[in-house]
Design a protein around this ligand. Structure first.
Ligand code: C5J
Length: 232
């Protein structure tokens, strides 16, 4: 018989099967989070994103200890930009386009230093890394197949940025029938207002896109899911 786990959340308890849940870490890349990277060069305050690192490192450690599958994503493109639609390439600051040289290598190009995941959350053996050309992690990637292969039905969603790649991915997942819990202190935005509203939008209208809870609540549920029975 399956023992379900429960996280106190908005708009109500998030109930999941610990054998069918994964931790999804969206785009925790150097270029978005490190001082001097692409994000900062566009005038953003990376300190707002960096608040995510410590709680997410804690949640990642708990997930690894609990044996929960961990999937990392990276936003970026092939060096020849063949997977970057002109509509995306031409957007933003003309002086800093995707593929242009940046402080940490060519901006958002696979294989460049800035494109890779921050050292603090570096994937370990056995963890999947999905390279995605879009904002959503399902678009033009192997994510749907990977989740199906592992029997995953519920996602603990973390990473950056809340209103862009996290939101797009949660909406894609929701439409595909996954139950998503967005971990409030493990997602971040360069814009405090977008962070607040982005989280509110997930849980609004009875959880129109999913659930929201903080990492302490999620870690408690993951830890108790693997605690040995006191009767043994
Ligand atoms: C952005 C992302 N903000 N990972 N990417 O362009 O949210």
């Amino acid at each position: 018989m399956t023992a379900f786990s429960r996280v106190p959340a908005q708009p109500g308890d998030f109930i999941f099967d610990p054998n069918r849940v994964a931790l999804l870490i969206i785009d925790m890349q150097r270029d978005f989070l490190y001082p001097g990277g692409f994000g900062e060069s566009l005038g953003n305050d990376v300190a707002l994103l960096r608040t995510v690192i410590e709680p997410l490192a804690g949640l990642l450690a708990t997930a690894r200890a609990a044996g929960i599958p961990v999937i990392h994503t990276r936003e970026g493109h092939r060096p020849d930009l063949s997977d970057c639609p002109p509509a995306k390439l031409l957007r933003g600051d003309p002086a800093q386009r995707i593929g242009d040289p940046g402080r940490f290598g060519r901006i958002l190009i696979r294989g460049e230093y800035g494109h890779d995941i921050i050292d603090e959350l570096a994937p370990v053996d056995g963890e999947m890394v999905i390279d995605k050309p879009g904002k959503g992690a399902f678009y033009a990637t192997e994510l749907a197949d990977a989740l199906a292969d592992r029997g995953i039905r519920s996602l603990l969603v973390t990473g950056v940025t809340t209103e862009v790649c996290v939101h797009t991915t949660v909406r894609e997942a929701n439409d595909r029938g996954f139950e998503c819990l967005v971990v409030s202190d493990c997602v971040g935005s360069y814009f405090p207002e977008f962070q607040r509203v982005g989280l509110a939008m997930i849980a609004a209208q009875g959880g129109i896109f999913g659930w929201v809870a903080d990492s302490a609540a999620v870690r408690a549920a993951l830890t108790s899911a693997v605690s040995p029975s006191p009767a043994q």
